[in-house]
Structure formats: structure tokens, C-alpha cells
Ligand binder design. Structure first.
Ligand SMILES: O=c1ccn([C@@H]2O[C@H](COP(=O)(O)OP(=O)(O)O[C@H]3O[C@H](CO)[C@@H](O)[C@H](O)[C@H]3O)[C@@H](O)[C@H]2O)c(=O)[nH]1
Ligand SMILES: [Mn+2]
Length: 395
């Protein structure tokens, strides 16, 4: 493994049984060739018109199925596993050497994507096992909703206790909702047990306050008075017609931005990009473009992680896993995009949703498919983009 003293940060292992798969594919290819030979050599020249047309129709269908088979087989031809070694990453890169990571969370509607769900995702990302001064979490709110803004204010306050709590009790996953749903009260000394209980209560109270405003569908006057950011909504006529609302809720550059233990907090930003009815907003891709511009002025991290608001992180170390691919001294430069596996809740025990890391190597020019990748296209070709970043996505 170690070559000239170099120890890689990740390993690529071929999936077992590739030769068998290739033989199997070759046998199908032979079968397809026979079908084509048969169709071309035995065309019913003498037959009725219906026979001829059915023959042509079937041949076209066979061509089409063969093309589909070719595409799916090509994708599976050289399957590999990627294995990151995050312990090596921590050994080799101290706090100072790790890159800044800008995390983008997108939400679009406070009714479909309730603010309590959004902040659970945000809190799970803020609590990543990563130097907080290197982390910045940006929420893009395409719903332009003060209900979501209020939930973010609550999350900013709650994070001061939640982050130390996660470290102390080794909480996993770090979405408070997901954690408290299954966690059993730890059997520790009374002081610690009380601390655990009081944090649970803090979360439940916060969730109740947020859900009450969501049900009311407005922010009560006494809460509005607590933060000047709410005044922005005096100028919002609708979710499709408003000015930019940008609020830095926790500024990591400020030495006072610390949790209850005095440790630094990650930067936390709320953004509702400007929208006007005469301009198309381009959905999530538009939101991500706005986030790239805004984050360039605030933290300008060379790594961007992009998640949807309903995708909390279920492992506090997964950021380090992804970084192993980018930080590897030999192969890291060939990698531009790492895609996290996605685990669905309450679906099935068996893994049928391709929950594995995906890594795109040697990227040249824009890629096709899916919105996450669209943002990448802009990143690499955009006229005013001078920022060179690498992406982690979950799509
Ligand atoms: O105008 C919009 C519309 C959507 N979103 C956000 O985009 C994400 C994805 O949208 P959703 O409607 O939930 O699509 P899904 O099918 O659930 O998402 C999958 O499909 C999308 C389109 O390919 C990808 O962008 C997502 O990452 C992928 O999870 C969500 O966080 C939304 O809040 C915005 O920010 N602005
Ligand atoms: Mn979704």
C-alpha cells in the first residue's frame, strides 16, 4: 500500500465478480448479434404488408432495447468501491491545514418543508466533527419566509448548547429530532443524566415554539421585536417578489461567536435571494448560484457541500470521509465531485437505492443530468466566476 513512503487517503478496490459480469455481458452481446443477423437475413420480402411492418417494428424495438442494455452495461462495466481513511486524514492534516467548507442547504416552502425539519438538518451539519472555525452553513430560503428565519434564529441560539452536548455525549446522529426519537436516557451519574434531560427538554421546547409559529403562519409581534432581521419582511410583497434578505446569524469571524464552553461556533447565514416576477429563478440551481456568490464574500471555502433541507447528516464524520478524496496528495487533484450515499428512513432493510460513495474523476467541462451538476457547470464555465471549488453533493 505504501509506495515511496506515501500512504493514500483513499483506496479504490474493484468489485468482486467483474470477470463473471463481463463474460455474462459478452454472452448477451452474442445473443443480440444473432438477433440482428436473423432480422436482416430473413426479412419477409414475400409476406403481407402487416407482416413486414410488424417485422420492422420488432427490429426497431430490439435495437432500442439493445441500446438501453448497452448504456446500463457500460455503467456497470468497471464497478469499484472507494474506501476513505479518515484517521489518516486527521493525522496528516491538523486544524490549520484542513480546508474551509461551505455548506449549502436549500429550502423552498415552509409548508412542504417545515422549518423544524430544516433546522434539524442545519444543526446536524453545524455539529460535524470538524473545526468549527472552518465550517460555514448557509441556508437558502426560496420560500422567503419569516417562519424559516425565526427557526434559524432559534437554531443559532440552540447550537450554543447542542454542539457541546454532541461532543460530550458522543451524539449520533446529530439531528436533534433523529437523535431524541430513538435515544434512551443514558445511565450516568445524576449530574450528567440531568444535563441530558435538560437538553432534551430544551430541544422539545424550541420545536414547540417553532411549530406554533408555523401553525399560526405568522410571527407574533413580541418575537418580531427580538431581532431587527424581521423588519426585512415589511418590504416583502410575495415569495416571488422581494429584495435580497441576507442575515449572518453567527459570524465565525467574530471572536465572541462561541458556544457555552467557549469553543468557536460555525458561521451561520440565512439567505433569501432577490426574486422578481419578470426573471426566472431557476429553482435549486438558481439558489445555489446565489449561495456561491454570497459565500464567496463571507467565508469563500474551497470545498462546497450541498444538501437538501430534508437530508440531515447521519454521521458526524462523513465530511472527513469526503475530504479524503480531495486531500489525497497523489489523486486528489483529479477529483472534483464526491457524492454522498443516501439512506432513506423507514423504507426497507435491504439496500436497493445505491447507497454508496460516488466520485467523479478527471472532470472536463460540464456534465449532464440533475440540478446539482448544473451548478457545477456554471462553476467551471461562468463568466464572472473566479472561484475554484470542489463539490460534495447529495443528489
Ligand atoms: O425553487 C426551488 C425548488 C427547490 N429547491 C430545493 O431543491 C431541493 C430539491 O427539490 P425537491 O423538489 O425536494 O426535489 P427532490 O426530487 O426531492 O430532489 C432530488 O432531485 C432534485 C432535482 O434533480 C435534486 O436537486 C435534489 O438534490 C434531489 O435530492 C429541495 O431542498 C428544495 O428545497 C429550491 O431551493 N428552490
Ligand atoms: Mn426533496
Amino acid at each position: 500500500m505504501a509506495k515511496n513512503g506515501y500512504v493514500p487517503l483513499f483506496e479504490t478496490r474493484p468489485v468482486k465478480g467483474r470477470t463473471f459480469f463481463k463474460l455474462f455481458a459478452a454472452s448477451i452481446l452474442v445473443g443480440i448479434c444473432f438477433i440482428f443477423i436473423y432480422r436482416l437475413s430473413f426479412f419477409p420480402l414475400e409476406g403481407k404488408s402487416i407482416e413486414k411492418w410488424t417485422w420492422i417494428g420488432m427490429f426497431l424495438a430490439e435495437l432500442w432495447f439493445s441500446f438501453y442494455w448497452f448504456l446500463t452495461t457500460a455503467c456497470r462495466w468497471n464497478c469499484v468501491y472507494r474506501i476513505p481513511f479518515k484517521d489518516r486524514l486527521s493525522q496528516r492534516f491538523g486544524k490549520e491545514l484542513l480546508p474551509g467548507v461551505d455548506i449549502f442547504v436549500c429550502t423552498a416552502d415552509p409548508l412542504i418543508e417545515p422549518p423544524s425539519l430544516v433546522i434539524n438538518t442545519v444543526l446536524s451539519l453545524m455539529a460535524y466533527d470538524y473545526p468549527p472555525e472552518k465550517l460555514s452553513v448557509y441556508l437558502s430560503d426560496d420560500g422567503g419566509s419569516d417562519l424559516t428565519f425565526y427557526a434559524m434564529l432559534e437554531a443559532a441560539t440552540f447550537s450554543k448548547k447542542w454542539l457541546p452536548f454532541c461532543r460530550k455525549f458522543k451524539v449520533e446522529p446529530r439531528s436533534p429530532e433523529a437523535y431524541f426519537k430513538t435515544a434512551v436516557e443514558p445511565d450516568l451519574d445524576p449530574v450528567q443524566t440531568n444535563e441530558w434531560r435538560s437538553n432534551k427538554k430544551l430541544y422539545e421546547d424550541m420545536k414547540m415554539r417553532i411549530e406554533t409559529t408555523t401553525k399560526l403562519n405568522r410571527i407574533p409581534e413580541e418575537i418580531r421585536k427580538q431581532h431587527k432581521g424581521f423588519r426585512e419582511w415589511d418590504f416583502v410583497s410575495s415569495k416571488r417578489d422581494h429584495q435580497t434578505i441576507l442575515q449572518i446569524l453567527i459570524d465565525g469571524r467574530d471572536s465572541n461567536a462561541v458556544d457555552i464552553e467557549g469553543k468557536p461556533l460555525p458561521t451561520l447565514v440565512y439567505l433569501a435571494r432577490e426574486k422578481r416576477p419578470q426573471f426566472h429563478h431557476n429553482f435549486k440551481a438558481g439558489a445555489v448560484n446565489a449561495l456561491i456568490r454570497v459565500s464567496s464574500r463571507i467565508s469563500n471555502g474551497p470545498i462546497i457541500l450541498n444538501v437538501d433541507c430534508d437530508m440531515y447528516s447521519n454521521n458526524s464524520e462523513s465530511l472527513k470521509d469526503a475530504l479524503c478524496f480531495f486531500m489525497d496528495e497523489e489523486k486528489g487533484n483529479e477529483i472534483a465531485f464526491v457524492q454522498y450515499p443516501q439512506n432513506f428512513e423507514n423504507v426497507t432493510k435491504n439496500e436497493i437505492y445505491a447507497c454508496s460513495f460516488r466520485v467523479i474523476e478527471k472532470m472536463e467541462g460540464p456534465l449532464t443530468s440533475a440540478l446539482d451538476v448544473f451548478t457545477e457547470e456554471r462553476l467551471f464555465t461562468g463568466k464572472n466566476m473566479t472561484r475554484s471549488v470542489r463539490l460534495i453533493g447529495r443528489n
